[in-house]
Design a protein around this ligand. Structure first.
Ligand code: RB5
Length: 147
């Protein structure tokens, strides 16, 4: 699967572990992350990745900033994007199984490397359950179309 990656200076600490687990799982990583500027801004990276995932529905995005919160806020402004924050494997699993999330956001300043790798693996391997969850996700899409 094609995975678009974005991170600011505060999310950069998770770059190597995330790239390593993507390579291990055989995914194609497209890196749109920080070039190391300590004053860079998370919305710029979130926008890039959200636009890529919007145009390529078979892909997924992974965004990291200090908390994962700002990245989720920006990505969720984009039509068709369902960005889910996770700091545990269980949140990553539920974000996929129940919410059909297509972007994962993580906290570079608060999530350790091993946990982050397991979160990524779970996010990419968990299928959407559909059923009653599909009805709910369809309501999100209906709201997006209306607003
Ligand atoms: C940057 O200092 C920090 O505010 C940013 O990475 C992120 O945590 C925002 O949500």
């Amino acid at each position: 699967m094609k995975i678009y990656l974005g991170y600011d200076h505060a999310g950069q600490s998770l770059k190597e572990p995330v790239l390593a687990v993507l390579a291990e799982l055989g995914h194609e990583a497209k890196d749109f992350g920080s070039k190391g500027d300590n004053n860079d801004d998370y919305p710029d990276f979130a926008q890039k990745v959200a636009e890529k995932v919007q145009k390529d529905p078979a892909s997924r995005g992974i965004l990291m900033c200090g908390t994962g919160v700002g990245m989720a806020m920006v990505a969720n402004k984009f039509h068709g994007i369902r960005a889910a924050f996770a700091d545990s494997v269980e949140l990553a699993r539920l974000g996929r199984a129940h919410n059909d999330a297509n972007i994962l956001t993580m906290a570079g300043r608060m999530t350790n490397e091993e946990v982050a790798k397991n979160i990524v693996k779970t996010f990419l391997e968990t299928l959407f359950e559909g059923g009653r969850h599909e009805r709910r996700v369809n309501k999100i899409t209906a709201l997006e179309n209306k607003l």
